[in-house]
Ligand binder design. Structure first.
Ligand code: SF4
Length: 358
């Protein structure tokens, strides 16, 4: 009898404890599963890295999540008709995305918060005689409704017909001009043979006015133009902005192994750059950009729509936004939003807001 009572009591106790023990065991099992999964992922990642399977660009430290691609520079071609000795986006490939793929990428960027697109190269007017560029410009303004669409060009291939067809969709045309002395342009690699770069600049300025496009000038200050006085020429042309860059070295582009240029002989010191700025201080539209300001303050997309990370002094590509999306790719862009704002990257960039006297 005593035995029966003891057995019954033990049975009751067990059944009372079964429920809490059961749920405790359940939690432990879940925890073990989670730990096992975490260890498996870590081993798998390590294995992938050892096999070289890590995606391009991940060797860089990751940016904080949530970077918005407010202003993007899309270098859709590396091909160019000039051979500037300091060029830092050289003709390493001849690849250009099919138009519809480029549009898809631009749409993704717009969805991610892009407000300004700048098309650059290489020479953007080279592809399909400017038609490819024109179609992208029109798409960005008329279909995506971007506040600002701009182009940087060496200006040598632009025809009036392009302005007639696409001028209304373009906010800013920036033309590169490093010297008003044709001999210096030849030395730099921007010589136009019989044609004169300065006359061409005046013609483009006139078309910009006629077709209501804001006209901008970009100059790279280097060993051959650092002593030049450009004040009068710039005042006559009267651009909305005159962006003045200090010549910059980029590993793999214009210096080092595999580079197509050797730009060392073009370099100038900070002091020399300051001297040039001082001489042109009275030019109100001048926007200076020393190497320090340029560093990591641009979002650059290459011809495959990969962000180029310049943090180590070369251009390391992320994966393409067409494959992994903008959010994933932008983590490896090396972009520093604070530097972007510090260099005045955000300005009145829509021609509708510029109040220009056309
Ligand atoms: S015009 Fe521009 S893209 Fe062409 S070679 Fe000169 S710097 Fe490079």
């Amino acid at each position: 009898m005593g035995m029966l009572v003891a057995t019954a009591l033990a049975g009751r106790m067990l059944s009372t404890l079964r429920q809490p023990l059961g749920s405790l065991w359940g939690s432990l099992a879940t925890l073990l599963c989670w730990l096992r999964a975490a260890l498996w992922w870590s081993a798998a990642e390590k294995g992938q890295q050892q096999l070289g399977g890590e995606p391009e660009g991940t060797r860089e430290e990751e940016e904080e999540d949530g970077t918005i691609p407010t202003s993007v520079n899309y270098h859709f071609t590396r091909q160019c008709n000039y051979k500037c000795g300091f060029c830092f986006h050289t003709a390493k490939t001849s690849f250009v995305l099919p138009l519809e793929e480029a549009k898809r990428g631009l749409f993704l960027l717009k969805e991610a918060g892009m407000e300004k697109i700048n098309f650059s190269g290489g020479e953007p007017f080279l592809q399909d005689r400017g038609e490819y560029l024109g179609k992208l410009v029109k798409f960005c303004k008329a279909e995506l409704g971007l506040p600002s669409v701009s182009v940087v060009s060496n200006g040598s291939l632009i025809r009036e017909r392009w302005f007639r067809d696409y001028g209304e969709y373009l906010d800013i045309l920036a033309v590169s001009c490093d010297s008003f002395d044709e001999q210096v342009n030849v030395l730099i690699g921007r010589g136009q043979g019989k044609r004169n770069h300065v006359e061409n600049l005046q013609k483009l300025n006139k078309w910009c006015k006629e077709y209501k496009v804001a006209f901008k000038i970009n100059s790279v200050i280097n060993r051959f133009n650092v002593e030049e006085d450009m004040r009068e020429h710039i005042k006559v042309l009267n651009p909305v902005r005159w962006k003045v860059f200090q010549c910059l070295l980029i590993e793999g582009e214009n210096c080092g192994k595999d580079a197509l240029r050797e730009a060392e002989r073009f370099l100038i010191s900070e002091e020399e750059f300051e001297g040039f700025l001082e001489r042109h201080r009275e030019v109100s539209c001048l926007v200076p950009e020393c190497n320090q300001k340029m560093k990591d303050s641009y979002l650059i997309l290459d011809e495959y729509m990969r962000f180029l990370n310049c943090r180590q002094g070369s251009k390391d590509p992320s994966r393409s936004i067409l494959d992994v999306g903008v959010e994933q790719a932008i983590r490896f862009s090396g972009f520093n939003e604070k530097m972007f704002l510090r260099r005045g990257g955000k300005y009145v960039w829509s021609k509708a807001d510029m109040k220009l006297d056309w």
